[in-house]
Design a protein around this ligand. Structure first.
Ligand code: IVH
Length: 676
């Protein structure tokens, strides 16, 4: 090959790699399998090795991790942009309704819902001050967005000024930006699907480029509104539609479970004739007062759910079945399949869940299978085509050992009174495979959130012995990293900065990060609120203290026997103890503070006993917290109020509170305070 041809080939491969880096690191949506990605990188290194002159072009610098998109100014959201929890069948929908009723303590009151198609586009928020569009942000990480106002302004149907009556002084409109299917056809050579095209156009640095793409939008919600003038979701949409915002015409109120199913079926049937992609129906509590009472968990509102349409399916063949070890030691079998495109993404792995699933479906190596992919969920096997099975095929024997060589076991679940379906390696940090996954969890967005230290970099640094346990992250030798291919001054500096920044962490995030089984983000918050400071949290390491603390933890709403057992296991393990103590020594862990300090219970400590007529315990707790109070799980002198519900309060707690001179608030008085 001539020198020119080699350079061209090399440049082409670099540009493909850059593109996939961007999909992987900036969009979190890889479009090729891990193997193809690694192959591409190896091809580039091989070309460089064989043709020294290529290195002088200096093109492969900084290619580990696409540069963070610093193109747009980062702006904090006035209110977080959350995501939605998903339902996949009517049982999930029934659960959703049940949970809402439980939270609100409704017995048989009917709750009206509002249904809207879930547009598969890119979310954005538009902020109007006194009716003028002053800011437009992308979702970003949900807390901080990017200023994409100039690009949003190119969408002619977005009002730049609102004309009408009673327009709130501050109005934040949440919307989904999309490209119509027909319009997409004109530009389909540049993008894989309409959603990517919309995302790509919104992130153009040059608005005149964005303007060329026919973007459209549907407004579906609000963020900050002052003064609040809307009463229902339906009323909100009606009003903003009068103010010239585009709302989806297929939205309607829903009054029963039957109607939920009917609407879902109807829209699913009409789906292909719409000019925009939708991937489900969003059902929302229509009454905004109830929405407010329901509030949100860390990630999603309690008052809405996305009932997803069935996933796209494809047929492929299983080439191998391998084992993956998760951060909790869970052993998951994974089918390596012939790469196949499902819903615009190339899939080469499908989860087989667990041993029972393989047994039940009799899944074997060599089988032809149908796989499906729903949203961001890992592709799954729907069915096996046994008619195409090779006569010599053998049943798959599930390995009883972990990849680290140690024995695995199934736990007995106290809640279901059955053996768990999942096999686990119980070695924790002593199993290399579990340890690596624990590290990936620690650096993830919801945990330490270290930009530039993604899953692939952890894999690489692990194999080079740079990072073996969490504290190593903070002791990295950057001179060694500098010698690695793809790491230049800029990417090293960015990594350094991100790591230093992550050293300061709030207690709740820290607790979530260390990956105690059954302690997710919500439970980590509950624990952080109980312990307040790292000083009190580390008492869990001492046997005697731990036993005492665990008894008190059982009083906390949300923390049950399973969680307590898991905390006990975690802290009684010597390796965990050494590793976590070492990690703590590198960090500045900030006390847990409730977000809203000014309120009716500002800086006050409360505890509940007994049930209330008008609200569930969860809601009472949420109200206390949003009013600046801290809800304690056990009685102590520190407590300011014991709130006693009329239904079955614990006498012991009331008596103890009286002895300690703690102010007792009865249900009637509690309601009065809330309404004052
Ligand atoms: S309501 C989470 N309604 O879906 C806060 N979201 O997974 C309430 N989306 O970020 C969202 N169509 O970008 C809502 N009719 C609709 C929607 C919709 C699309 C997107 C939205 C959100 C994501 C949540």
């Amino acid at each position: 090959m001539s020198k020119k041809k080699i350079v061209n080939l090399y440049k082409k491969k670099i540009s493909i790699l850059k593109k996939h880096n961007h999909y992987y690191y900036n969009q979190d949506k890889p479009k090729i399998s891990d193997k193809d990605y690694d192959d591409l990188k190896s091809e580039i290194s091989l070309l460089e090795k064989e043709n020294n002159f290529l290195k002088k072009l200096n093109l492969s610098q900084n290619l580990v991790g696409a540069k963070p998109t610093n193109k747009f100014k980062k702006v904090p959201h006035l209110q977080p942009m959350l995501s939605l929890s998903n339902a996949f069948n009517m049982n999930d929908m029934k659960d959703f309704i049940k949970k809402i009723n439980n939270f609100l303590n409704f017995k048989d009151r009917k709750i009206q819902l509002f249904s809207e198609p879930k547009i598969d586009g890119i979310s954005a928020t538009l902020i109007y001050e006194k009716g003028t569009l002053i800011r437009g942000l992308s979702r970003g990480d949900g807390t901080v967005g990017e200023d994409i106002l100039s690009n949003l302004k190119t969408i002619s149907s977005i009002p730049k000024f609102i004309k009408g009556e009673n327009i709130p002084n501050l109005l934040e409109i949440r919307c989904e930006i999309y490209i119509g299917k027909k319009d997409f056809l004109k530009i389909s050579d540049k993008f894989a699907n309409p959603r990517n095209a919309a995302g790509g156009s919104l992130r153009q640095k040059n608005p005149s480029e964005t303007e060329k793409i026919p973007l459209k939008y549907f407004a579906y919600g609000f963020g900050a509104v002052e003064p609040m003038i809307f009463k229902e979701q339906s009323d909100f949409l009606k009003k903003i539609s009068k103010w010239n915002f585009v709302i989806n015409p297929l939205s309607k109120t829903i009054d029963s479970l039957d109607e939920i199913a009917q609407e879902y079926k109807k829209i699913d049937q009409d789906r292909s004739s719409l000019d925009y992609d939708i991937d489900g129906i969003v059902y929302k509590v229509n009454d905004l007062n109830l929405q407010k009472r329901l509030g949100s968990t860390s990630n999603s509102p309690r008052w809405a759910i996305a009932y997803k349409f069935s996933a796209e399916k494809a047929t492929t063949k299983i080439n191998n079945i391998v084992i993956q070890v998760g951060r909790t030691g869970a052993i998951t079998p994974v089918a390596k399949v012939d790469p196949v495109t499902v819903g615009g993404v190339v899939v080469s792995n499908a989860t087989l869940h667990n041993e029972e699933e393989i047994e039940r479906k009799d899944i074997r190596i060599g089988d032809t299978i149908v796989i499906q992919r729903a949203g961001d969920v890992i592709p799954q096997v729907v069915s096996v085509d046994k008619s195409r099975r090779n006569q010599n095929s053998k049943k798959f024997i599930f390995p009883e050992k972990c990849l680290c060589g140690s024995k695995t076991s199934k736990e007995f679940s106290k809640s279901t009174k059955k053996l768990d379906a999942v096999r686990r390696c119980t070695k924790g940090y002593n199993c290399d495979f579990t340890a690596k996954e624990k590290l990936k969890h620690i650096v993830s967005k919801e945990a330490f959130n270290i930009d530039g230290l993604g899953k692939k970099v952890i894999e690489q640094f692990w194999s080079l012995n740079f990072i073996k346990e969490p504290s190593d992250i903070f002791k990295l030798n950057y001179n060694k990293i500098k010698k690695l291919e793809g790491w230049g001054d800029l990417s090293i500096n960015n990594l350094k900065k991100a790591i230093v920044k992550s050293k300061t962490i709030f207690l709740d995030r820290f607790i979530y990060s260390i990956g105690i089984r059954h302690i997710g983000q919500e439970n980590a918050k509950i624990l952080a609120s109980f312990f307040s400071s790292i000083k009190d949290f580390v008492k869990l390491f001492e046997f005697k203290n731990r036993k005492k603390i665990l008894v008190n933890l059982s009083d906390l709403d949300g923390i049950g026997e399973t969680q307590i057992q898991s905390i006990d296991n975690f802290f009684s393990n010597d390796t965990n103890s050494r590793i976590i103590k070492e990690l703590i020594s590198q960090l500045n862990i900030k006390d847990f503070t409730t977000q809203n300090k000014d309120g009716k219970f500002s800086n006050k400590k409360l505890m509940f006993t007994g049930g209330f007529k008008n609200m569930s315990r969860s809601e009472a707790k949420a109200i206390a917290e949003s009013n600046g109070g801290k809800v304690l799980g056990s009685l102590s002198k520190k407590l300011d109020f014991l709130i006693v519900g009329d239904s079955k309060p614990t006498k012991r707690k009331v008596d103890q509170a009286k002895q300690l001179n703690i102010k007792i608030i009865l249900e009637k008085e509690w309601n009065k305070i809330l309404n004052s």
